[in-house]
Write a protein that binds this ligand. Structure first.
Ligand code: NAD
Length: 499
């Protein structure tokens, strides 16, 4: 028996699900204008709630307004992109003719999947929670979101925003923790977006299997960054300092560890320490005194990150910078760790905090073999001025995304750049048309063409002529696409006269 069958079904959750499910037939028929109006309502309510959002993220992670404004800009750009393209996305997409469908009308018709569930993480709750909602609304779905219980103030604000934008409940927020998520996962949703760690990702995928719901899983892992011998070392250190330390390292695409070529290793470590200090302790008063240096989300994550560093320290790692922890306000100083070994927990688990590991390497094959031995990362980064070296890493490793000479800039910055992981780090793609497509059934439509050829020629009893045509198709040369198109056109013209 599957584990999912035994999931408890919370009656309130199920009642909300059923209430919303009753709206699917009507909402799925909505026009582009109606969908855009819903998206605008969500965006207007979100932007109007900025003072409440600032307060929530300050309390949760010590973030300042510009940090969360960046998140909201991404959301707004996504909403505008949808508005500009939705009519086109919703239109039927005709398939080019093929030899087997001459004269027929073949196309894809995008229809809403129906009921969509969003289970987002806490580390950028507004963009992570609402971005899938925008795509789901664009595709004509009804949506339930359960924000992360790890960011309770933001969960409250998100619930208020949604209530203001959708008093009719077409988007509904259900607040709560694992119990609420579990009850929701027992409901027969048609598509589930889950953004979080891959242990829970497995639970979500198993639950989805029970109802054959499709899933978009946006997960994390250990993202490598490679600094080769040709790299602009100072530039790499500057960008990595920001990439790792923004949001106190609580970003899914942040670099987790760096492989720096042995010829530039020490220069890189020194530059990293210098740049992190210049960025987050510019007046030398202490990182903890900087009101713009964020905090870790909760005591559990604080203790988890502390244990990773302490374990590394105890097993002989060198703490080049930082290594200070203060439980009272969940402060972890920016920490740079070297001299690590594979048996250290810091080399096995995603750090997801303001700590970075730097390792020297001699041969690039060493780097490739290390990366390939581990789970496929969400993101990887290469700092290099050598095109051949970049292409070597691009071709010999895999990850959801890869960036040359920068980091953490590939997500939410271009609606035409789909975002997602690969296997362990994710399934499916988000942003722009991709989110719309994940929430749609691209229905295959085939309309019979004009009666130019008698359909009986293909049905039993098969004629010798038909059998000969099959043999020709099997044994003959491919028919050029241009010729297929020409015959298709001819059949359509003849069809006009045969109506
Ligand atoms: P989290 O703990 O907030 O979990 C996310 C959601 O899953 C929440 O709604 C939570 O209630 C639910 N959940 C938790 N345990 C559950 C269970 N046992 N059964 C059912 N539902 C459950 O988030 P997290 O996992 O701490 O998030 C951090 C992780 O997310 C990191 O690994 C990070 O890399 C990853 N992440 C990935 C992306 C991406 O876009 N790929 C974005 C952000 C974070």
């Amino acid at each position: 028996m599957s584990t999912v069958v035994s999931l408890p079904v919370n009656n309130d959750v199920r009642a909300s699900f059923d209430r919303l499910a009753a709206r699917v037939p009507q909402v799925s028929q909505s026009t582009a204008e109606q969908r855009i109006a819903r998206i605008r309502r969500l965006m207007a309510a979100t932007l109007a709630a900025r003072p409440r959002i600032y307060e929530a993220v300050k309390a949760e992670r010590g973030l300042s307004p510009p940090d969360v404004d960046g998140e909201l800009v991404m959301l707004k750009m996504e909403a505008e992109h949808i508005e500009q393209n939705l009519a086109d996305w919703m239109s039927d997409k005709s398939a080019p003719p093929s030899l087997m469908t001459l004269g027929k009308k073949c196309y894809l018709h995008y229809e809403a999947k129906g009921m969509v569930l969003v289970l987002p993480s806490w580390n950028a709750p507004y963009v992570i929670g609402f971005l899938p909602v925008l795509g789901a609304l664009a595709a004509g779905n009804v949506v339930i979101v359960k924000p992360s219980e790890l960011a309770p103030q933001s969960s409250r604000v998100m619930a208020e925003i949604v209530k203001e934008a959708f008093p009719d409940g077409e988007v509904t927020i259900i607040e709560g923790g694992v119990e609420a998520a579990t009850a929701l996962l027992a409901c027969p949703f048609h598509h589930i977006f889950y953004i979080g760690n891959n242990t829970v990702g497995r639970i979500v995928m198993r639950a989805a299997a029970e109802h054959f719901a499709s899933v978009t899983l946006e997960m994390g892992g250990k993202n490598p960054s490679i600094v080769d011998a040709s790299a602009d070392v100072e530039d790499a250190a500057l960008k990595t300092s920001w990439g790792r330390m923004c949001n106190a390292g609580q970003a899914c695409i942040a670099p987790d560890y760096v492989f720096a070529h042995e010829s530039v290793f020490q220069r890189y470590v020194d530059a990293l320490v210098r740049e992190i200090t210049a960025m987050y302790n510019p007046r030398g008063e202490g990182f903890d005194k900087n009101p713009e240096y964020p905090r870790v989300i909760n005591a559990r994550h604080f203790e988890r990150i502390k244990a990773l560093v302490e374990d590394a320290r105890a097993k002989g790692a060198k703490i080049v910078m930082g290594g200070e922890f203060r439980a009272e306000d969940r402060y972890i100083a920016p920490t740079v760790v070297t001299n690590t070994t594979p048996d250290m927990k810091i080399m096995q688990e995603e750090i997801f905090g303001p700590v970075i590991v730097v390792m020297p390497y001699r041969d690039r094959e060493e780097v490739v073999s290390y990366v390939r031995k581990h789970d496929k990362p969400l993101a990887s980064y290469v700092f290099s001025k050598d095109r051949e070296s970049w292409e070597f890493f691009l071709k010999n490793t895999t990850s959801g995304s890869m960036v040359l000479n920068h980091n953490v800039v590939q997500s939410g910055t271009n609606p035409y750049l789909p975002f997602g992981g690969v296997n362990h780090s994710g399934i499916g793609r988000l942003v722009g048309f991709n989110t719309f497509a994940e929430c749609s059934n691209a229905r295959t439509v085939f309309e019979e063409g004009p009666k130019v050829v008698d359909p009986r020629t293909m049905f039993p009893p098969l004629t010798d002529k038909y059998k000969k045509q099959l043999t020709q198709l099997l044994e003959g040369k491919p028919v050029p696409a241009g010729m297929v198109k020409a015959i298709d056109g001819l059949i359509r013209v003849v069809g006009l006269f045969k109506r």
